[in-house]
Design a protein around this ligand. Structure first.
Ligand code: RVP
Length: 507
């Protein structure tokens, strides 16, 4: 006889928080969002604590090195996507680990033979207006010049004009050598009224650029997530197929934590992968597993040795697993169920295994609900895909800036390794994800700050100054569909229809 779960399975939008008492202490500035990333024993601390409860999805359209750096600067961690060769993934990890704060490796590099048209297209896609020019067009090529928006007039100049004709050539540029400190670079920038300073090695090859604005932003990153050597922390996705070759490369590259990326975690394949990592590295390599949606799945992965466990099947914005296969569970119900299992497991064993709500966060308050329901942190895809730093292109659709966002189970990602059951090298036997656009949302820093201010404010309304206190004090209610209508602007005619858009804008 099949097992029937009692009650319906619900999603975040069907819940609200009922305010508790807030004292004068309860102001956002006093709220801490610190949270454990990996398991720990009673009375001990997690070996890795996030400063904000956000991690980025293991996806091609979300987690590249640029986003990883930007997220670590805010206090969270990115999981570099595993649907690429192990060597390329390890190289991305190395890029994050070798990043010197304030020194930017350009991903918009030109050759002298390119045209103004190419420059404008690249500017449109990347949002960058300062682009180095190298002999071979790579970010480590010989520096031959630099292009900024002051070098051309898009309305007057011919699009076929060559970069070599309007760039500032290297012999007219102020550059600095590799061993320049950030402070020295900044002094050079100020003394010479520069916007960007190229750093070059002794052979004149480009190493990085220091921007005036980055120096400022580095100074204002009090939550940044650093390892013992003051490098940014970064995670990496793996699969249950090639872990014996992939994991050693990622560990050597310096990945701080790994995560098995799969739509279904309650499987022998995940157990084998976890056991192999433990047998090879003991506890020194941290690894999360998932995804599961009930207590049984949690216990299975807990016993198999996972350092954290991800929750969620079919709730991702680009995910059509529920439609295709009819498996999954409402995200809120899954989190509530698994959080209970985590607490029981902690009572029984004295081992606390953090859980992560993965997918389906649409409004900022969904994050607060996920935390209140017991999630230790959240994994987000769509949310991060919208920012400047995500790897996908920025495009104009119907007059608005958009970023591309595609699922790992889409035909575009061709991530056959994510599917233990059905994938093969020629592609997926059927798709479980879509390819889409999401509204462009500017720099990650601004978006995350705005979202977390809302989370902190709601926590204050619940009388909580940290995540465990929120969990203890939160009063959560289910809402009817008509009370959801009541919660938005209703029965009024909005003066400005854009207001409706920005008011309803999903972050
Ligand atoms: P969202 O944040 O709602 O965009 O969801 C992101 C999550 O969706 C990922 O972390 C992953 O668990 C899931 N995903 C990624 N690709 C696919 C798919 O193609 N079905 N699903």
């Amino acid at each position: 006889m099949a097992k029937f779960f009692e009650g319906e399975s619900h999603t975040f939008s069907e819940y609200l928080l009922v305010p508790g008492y807030s004292s004068a202490e309860n102001i956002p500035a006093n709220v801490s969002l610190k949270t454990p990333l990996v398991k720990f024993k009673r009375g001990e601390k997690s070996a890795i604590e996030l400063n904000i409860p956000m991690v980025s999805a293991v996806m091609q359209s979300v987690s590249g090195p640029r986003l990883a750096i930007a997220l670590a600067q805010q206090g969270g961690i990115a999981f570099i996507y595993g649907s690429q060769s192990a060597e390329d993934e390890a190289q991305m990890v190395r890029e994050v680990k070798s990043y010197k704060a304030g020194f930017v490796v350009s991903d918009s590099t030109l050759t002298p033979e390119m045209t103004l048209g190419d420059v404008l297209d690249l500017k449109e896609k990347s949002g960058h207006s300062t682009m180095p020019v190298t002999d071979d067009g790579t970010s480590r090529g010989k520096l031959v010049g630099i292009v900024t928006s002051r070098d051309y007039r898009p309305s007057r100049d011919d699009r076929s004009k060559l970069v070599s004709e309007f760039m500032t050539p290297a012999d007219k540029l102020i550059t600095a050598p590799e061993d320049t400190s950030l402070k020295e670079a900044n002094d050079i920038i100020w003394d010479n009224k520069l916007n960007a300073l190229p750093i070059v090695d002794k052979n004149g090859h480009l190493v990085s650029l220091v921007f005036r604005k980055d120096y400022d932003s580095h100074k204002s990153a009090p939550d940044e997530l650093l390892d013992d050597s003051k490098r940014y922390m970064v995670g990496a996705g793996i699969n249950t197929r090639d872990y014996e070759t992939r994991v050693p490369l990622l560990v050597e590259a310096g990945a701080d934590v790994l995560c098995i990326d799969s739509s279904e975690g309650y499987s022998e394949w995940q157990k084998r992968t976890l056991e192999w990592v433990r047998a090879t590295y003991g506890d020194s390599v941290k690894i999360g597993a998932g995804n599961v949606v009930d207590a049984e799945g949690f216990r299975f992965l807990a016993k198999a040795g996972a350092d954290f466990i991800k929750i969620g099947i079919g709730g991702g914005s680009i995910c059509i697993t529920r439609e295709q296969k009819g498996i999954g569970r409402g995200q809120a119900t899954s989190v509530i169920d698994v959080a209970r299992a985590r607490d029981e497991y902690f009572e029984e064993t004295g081992v606390y295994i953090p859980i992560c709500s993965d997918g389906g966060i649409v409004y900022d308050y969904h994050m607060t609900l996920a935390l209140a329901m017991g999630s230790d942190f959240m994994m987000l895809g769509r949310y991060f895909a919208r920012f400047d730093e995500s790897p996908s292109d920025r495009v104009i659709v119907n007059g608005s800036y958009m970023k591309e966002y595609w699922g790992e189970g889409s035909a575009r990602a061709r991530n056959w390794q994510r599917y233990d059951l059905g994938g093969n090298k020629r592609g997926l036997s059927f798709v479980e994800g879509v390819d889409s656009y999401v509204p462009y949302a500017g720099p990650l820093k601004d978006g995350v700050e705005a979202s977390l201010l809302k989370v902190k404010s709601t926590m204050c309304n619940c009388g909580a100054l940290d995540i465990p206190e929120l969990r203890d004090k939160a009063k959560i209610t289910l809402v009817s569909s008509t009370s959801i209508v009541e919660g938005g602007a209703h029965d009024v005619l909005l003066k400005d229809s854009n207001q409706q858009v920005s008011y309803n804008f999903r972050s």
